[in-house]
Design a protein. Structure first.
Length: 115
């Protein structure tokens, strides 16, 4: 049973940056994909970015050019670098991983963008 633990959330002013981390309890080499989702109050959880085992990436249109997903297999960690943050980016951010037919979620980390 894999465990995913997110960190790095917090309060930031518009235009600021944060880097989220998702640490897995085991090796991430076996995961087919790892991704970041977010969910704002009253809204559905939505995909923000994902990265495949081979390193291919995909982003939601709303974050393209501002967010970057990356992985460090040696540290069993996936990152989400968020630049140019906007108030609309305020959400709980969740880490997600797929291993074969199994999927895993972290508990989330709150990101609040406000002046």
């Amino acid at each position: 049973q894999e465990h995913l633990v997110e960190s790095g959330g917090g309060l930031v002013q518009p235009g600021g940056s944060l880097r989220l981390s998702c640490a897995a309890s085991g090796s991430i080499l076996g995961f087919n994909t790892m991704a970041w989702y977010r969910q704002a109050p009253g809204k559905q959880r939505a995909l923000v970015a994902w990265i495949t085992k081979g390193g291919s990436t995909r982003y939601a249109d709303s974050v393209k050019g501002r967010f970057t997903i990356s992985r460090d297999d040696a540290k069993n960690t996936v990152y989400l670098q968020m630049n140019g943050l906007k108030p609309d980016d305020t959400s709980v951010y969740y880490c997600h991983a797929v291993y074969g037919l199994a999927e895993y979620w972290g508990h989330g980390t709150q990101v609040t963008v406000s002046s």
